[in-house]
Design a protein around this ligand. Structure first.
Ligand SMILES: C[S@@+](CC[C@H](N)C(=O)[O-])C[C@H]1O[C@@H](n2cnc3c(N)ncnc32)[C@H](O)[C@@H]1O
Length: 226
């Protein structure tokens, strides 16, 4: 994400800011570090995993929101699911339900989730979260939308009814590497999908929202209680 920070005499590289923030945040534990490396070595799009800073933010937000049930759209390697599960009370009744539509990820991801010390708090399923989550018959207090960018708006419409009032949705990649404001990407289907989603959220009076420019943009959406 190209977020220039104007210094007194020179522009400071965004990577330097990210490194500084990571160095002054809780460390990435060894297991997550190994998972991140494995995802980048053994999968084509390893960079899709949340990573250190966003992972710590997800854990922190779970600890603040204290959800019982969390829904994740897009498990990929399991990095974010493990981070969110780390924020749940370790002996409570909370759970992360996480769906991955790509069944080729199953062996890799199940092994890493099962090997983590929060395996008992994660229900990992292969399938389309949009069609499968309603079948669980439960309401969620938190959701992490991180699936297909082209259909973010439809995913939101389908899943908002499953969110309790006061619950929050975290939507990842909502600034899409700055493409949302770059006319060069006017015909790019993922950019168009993210823009459509951002417009939809901005106009939706049922929710409060703020885009946090961390990593690739993370929108925090809270369903109003009245
Ligand atoms: C960006 S990656 C997820 C990264 C992961 N949440 C993390 O932060 O570590 C997106 C994943 O969503 C999956 N996906 C896309 N649409 C989906 C859907 N409707 N239901 C479940 N998974 C989906 C893709 O196959 C891909 O593996």
């Amino acid at each position: 994400m190209n977020w220039p920070f104007a210094g007194s005499s020179a522009m400071i590289e965004p990577e330097a800011i990210a490194d500084y923030a990571a160095a002054h945040s809780d460390a990435e534990d060894d297991y997550l570090h190994r998972l991140w490396r494995a995802a980048n070595i053994h999968t084509v799009h390893g960079h899709m995993a949340s990573g250190h800073l966003q992972g710590r933010l997800l854990k922190m937000l779970v600890m603040m929101q204290r959800p019982r049930y969390i829904l994740e759209v897009g498990t990929f390697a399991g990095y974010s699911a493990i981070c969110m599960a780390q924020g749940l009370p370790q002996k409570g009744n909370g759970k992360v339900f996480t769906f991955e539509i790509n069944d080729e990820m199953e062996d890799f991801t199940r092994q890493w989730i099962n090997g983590s010390d929060v395996a008992g708090l994660i229900d990992f399923r292969i399938g389309n979260a949009v069609t499968e989550a309603p079948k669980l018959g439960i309401m969620f207090d938190m959701m992490f939308l991180d699936g297909d960018k082209r259909t973010y708006a439809e995913t939101y419409d389908a899943l908002l009814p499953l969110l309790n009032p006061g619950g929050i949705i975290l939507a990842d990649n909502t600034l899409w590497d700055g493409h949302v404001v770059d006319p060069k990407y006017d015909c790019d289907s993922q950019t168009m999908g993210i823009r459509r989603f951002n417009d939809r959220i901005a106009d939706d009076d049922r929710v409060e929202k703020v885009i946090v420019p961390i990593r690739d943009g993370l929108t925090i959406i809270r369903k109003k209680t009245t």
